[in-house]
Every structure is written in structure tokens, then in C-alpha cells.
Design a protein around this ligand. Structure first.
Ligand code: URA
Length: 448
């Protein structure tokens, strides 16, 4: 044992970033200590950007073995604070979406799953680009604190069964540095780099079960099922190898999820859904993802049984009451549930009417997301301000019939020029046809 440690010590002393870049460039897998040397060296600023940039590019072309990916992900996860949820009884579960338009599932799922007795300790993100973020949606509830100390976060989960917070400053610093470098070196769209980036944050968040919602289609960053399947497989395998039980669902993001896009509008739709009056696709997806969370949380043996429990919670109003508890537990005004007019409201609503009659062949999620951004609902860069009140409501979904002049979209806006820009984008977002056309399935497949 002593000899092995001594050997490792000398290896570490003589390890050089150059040799590891060369090894990766030549297609040989790196060992755990070699990956540790690179990640730690980068975080501690002992290895310069240009060498890690070369390493990332070699990795982009050479990929990673499952063992390398698991080691790399675990090393990244432990580069900062790791949340310890062990003081909370039960198997804690988490959920992650790769990003969509109108995706407010966490607001519905977290209360449903928590009301079923499975603790939900959720770390969520802010919106970036055309896709939304849970933390911004929750920020539209007056007083809701999205930043809690670790102690407060644990207390909330212990007392109420759920808490949703933004990412702490020192969660996976390696990812923050690596992501910024990937962004300027054309190495973002690499499956092992995306998988390690997402899964390191999930490992550091401390849950023991994870359901991934991997979005596919025009409004997702993965456009094909093949790419989405590959990413899902990499993340599921990495999670399971690292002790985080993981399941992924590949779900549609060709059209927006539900009918509301924009922060306060999405909170409103989440409340309607928790009242049992939500759009079919959104309700169905929440029940599907949630039923897997109940399996991972040890509550039920099968997703079918999980779904039955969640349906009972949803239609009895217990999920809505849990949402009220979540809001009040984090300092927000629970009464917004009964008085939705307390949410931020835009000054003006503009109706976009159908230019002709027909079946809706497509409502392009990417374009709707961009139109919502043009209104001010999203941000281009991390530091940009956003307008929580604005957004777009759809009156119909793909496959439905619409008469000429019927409303297609309601644009909630605060500025005339932004509304005009959004209208221009929306004109191209919709296509109508005389023939009935099949719509995309909501859930494509499950990856275990
Ligand atoms: N989301 C992440 O957190 N990381 C990526 O690399 C891509 C999407």
C-alpha cells in the first residue's frame, strides 16, 4: 500500500499536461489520476487555458470510455462543495431537463412527488437563450427566495419534503471554468463534455435518484433522437456507475410544452395544472416523469403504480397545497395561488390571428422561444435582465383545427417595438395545412 502511494506521488510529481494532451490526442484513455491532475490543475490555475483548450479539442474528437467519463464526472463534482443530504430521511430524488420552451414541469412535479412522500431537494438553473429556467419562473412569485444557505435548504426539505434553489456559487467550479472555455473553443457540443457537465452538478447536489428529461426536436439543443439517445445513455450510465440511480426519458420539444411561455405566465399554467386543469401534454409529462421519481425514491415498484398515486394527489388538490407550502416555506406569498393577478402582469396583450383556416401542422418551439425572448422573457447572456411579466400564450396546439381570424397566440408585452419584433418571428413559427397531419409523440423512449 505504502509503495503504491509513493509510486503515485512520484507519478504526480512528474505528470505533465503536455503528455496527457498527447495521450488523449493519440486516442489512449486517461486514468483517474491523470484526469484529476488536469481538472485540479485547471481549477487551481496551475495549468493554463491554452493547454486545457487543446485537451478539450482532443477529447472532442477522441471521446471517452465509460470509465473515463465516470472518473472525469466525479472529479468535476468534487471540485467544489458537495451537498450532503444524508440527514434527511428517505431516498432523495432529483429531476433535470436538458432545456425546453414552456417547460415548467419542476413547478408541478416537485410538489406532486413531495406530496407522495418522496423528498425533493432541487437545485435549478436560470434561463439562457431561448429556453426557460425554473429559478426565473419562481422569482416571479413575490418574496420567493431562490437563494438559501445549505442549512436552510436542508431544513426546508426535512420539514416540508421539498425545496428548490438556484445553484450555489461553489457548486462544481470546474464546470464553470470548463464551460466558459468550451464556449470559446467550439467544444460545447461534445456528448462526454455535456454529460459530465450536467451529471457533475447532479452528483454534487446530493440526491440518490435522478430522472432526466432529455428534450429532442426543433426547440431543443439536440435535434435528433439518435443524438438525444446517445447523450441519455452516457448520462444514465455515468449516474449509475457513480452511485446515482438514473433514468432518462426522451421527450418532444418540436412544439412548446403546454400553452404558456414566459415566467409569470408559466407559474399561472403550473397552478392550473395542479388544479387538474392543465394542458394534456404538460399534465401527462409531469405524471410520467414523476412516476419514475417515485420508483427511484423507493415509494413504488412500478411507474404504473406511481402514476396512480400521483393522479390521486393531483386531482385531490394535495399537489397544489404542497406548492403553496413550497412558496411559503421559501418566503413567498402563498395567496398568489388563489389570486393569480398578484403575479407580474404585462401592460398589453396583442392577439395574433390565424391568417387562414386549417390544421396546425407545426408550432415551432425554437421560434416561439425566440419570440418570447424578443419580448424580454429570456436572456442572451447570464447577466442580462429579464421581464418576468411578458411572454406568449398559445390558444391551440399542433394537430388542432383553426378557423381564419381565430386567435393563435396572445402576446403579453410591455413595449410596442418588442411586440413587433416578436410578431415577425411568430409569423414563421406556425404552419397550417388543409390535411390532417400526425403530431409528434410526447414521449419517444425511456433509457435505463
Ligand atoms: N447544460 C449543461 O449544464 N452543460 C452543458 O454542457 C450543456 C447543457
Amino acid at each position: 500500500m505504502g509503495l503504491v502511494l509513493l509510486e503515485r506521488f512520484w507519478e504526480r510529481i512528474y505528470m505533465k499536461a503536455y503528455d496527457l494532451i498527447l495521450k488523449k490526442r493519440n486516442g489512449d484513455p486517461l486514468g483517474k489520476e491523470e484526469l484529476e491532475f488536469l481538472v485540479e490543475g485547471y481549477v487551481k490555475e496551475k495549468i493554463p487555458d491554452y493547454q486545457i483548450a487543446a485537451f478539450l479539442m482532443a477529447l472532442f474528437f477522441r471521446g471517452m470510455t465509460s470509465q473515463e467519463l465516470t472518473d472525469f464526472t466525479q472529479i468535476m463534482a468534487s471540485s467544489g462543495d458537495m451537498m450532503d443530504l444524508s440527514s434527511i430521511p428517505g431516498i432523495k430524488v432529483d429531476k433535470h431537463s436538458t432545456g425546453g420552451v414552456g417547460d415548467k414541469t419542476t413547478l408541478i412535479l416537485a410538489p406532486l412527488v413531495a406530496a407522495a412522500g418522496v423528498p425533493v431537494a432541487k437545485v435549478s438553473g436560470r434561463c439562457l437563450g431561448h429556453t426557460g429556467g425554473t429559478i426565473d419562473k419562481l422569482s416571479s412569485i413575490q418574496g420567493f427566495k431562490t437563494e438559501l444557505s445549505v442549512k436552510e435548504f436542508l431544513e426546508k426539505v426535512r420539514e416540508r419534503g421539498l425545496a428548490v434553489v438556484g445553484q450555489a456559487a461553489n457548486l462544481v467550479p470546474a464546470d464553470k471554468k470548463l464551460y466558459a472555455l468550451r464556449d470559446v473553443t467550439a467544444t460545447v457540443d461534445s456528448i462526454p463534455l455535456i454529460a459530465s457537465s450536467i451529471m457533475s452538478k447532479k452528483l454534487a447536489s446530493g440526491a440518490k435518484g435522478l430522472v432526466l428529461d432529455v428534450k429532442v426536436g426543433k426547440g431543443a439543443f439536440l435535434k435528433t433522437r439518435e443524438e438525444a439517445r446517445e447523450l441519455a445513455r452516457a448520462m444514465v450510465d455515468t449516474g449509475n456507475r457513480a452511485g446515482l440511480k438514473t433514468v432518462a426519458l426522451l421527450t418532444d420539444m418540436n412544439q412548446p410544452l403546454g400553452k404558456a411561455v414566459g415566467n409569470a405566465l408559466e407559474v399561472k399554467e403550473a397552478v392550473a395544472t395542479l388544479m387538474g386543469r392543465g394542458p394534456d401534454d404538460l399534465t401527462h409529462l409531469c405524471l410520467a416523469l414523476g412516476s419514475h421519481m417515485l420508483v427511484l425514491g423507493g415509494k413504488v415498484k412500478t411507474p404504473e403504480r406511481g402514476r396512480k398515486i400521483l393522479e390521486e394527489i393531483l386531482y385531490s388538490g394535495k399537489g397544489l397545497e404542497k406548492f403553496r407550502e413550497l412558496i411559503e416555506g421559501q418566503g413567498g406569498k402563498g395567496e398568489i395561488i388563489d389570486k393569480l393577478e398578484l403575479l407580474p402582469l404585462a401592460s398589453h396583450i396583442k392577439i395574433y390571428e390565424a391568417p387562414q383556416r386549417g390544421f396546425i401542422k407545426e408550432i415551432n418551439a425554437l421560434k416561439v422561444g425566440k419570440a418570447a425572448m424578443a419580448l424580454g422573457a429570456g436572456r442572451e447572456k447570464k447577466e442580462d435582465p429579464i421581464d418576468l411579466s411578458v411572454g406568449i400564450e398559445l390558444s391551440k396546439k399542433g394537430g388542432e383545427w383553426v378557423e381564419k381570424g381565430e386567435p393563435l397566440f396572445f402576446l403579453h408585452s410591455n413595449h410596442k417595438h418588442k411586440e413587433e419584433e416578436a410578431l415577425e418571428i411568430l409569423k414563421d413559427a406556425i404552419s397550417l395545412t388543409k390535411e390532417e397531419t400526425p403530431t409528434f409523440p410526447l414521449i419517444y423512449e425511456e433509457v435505463y
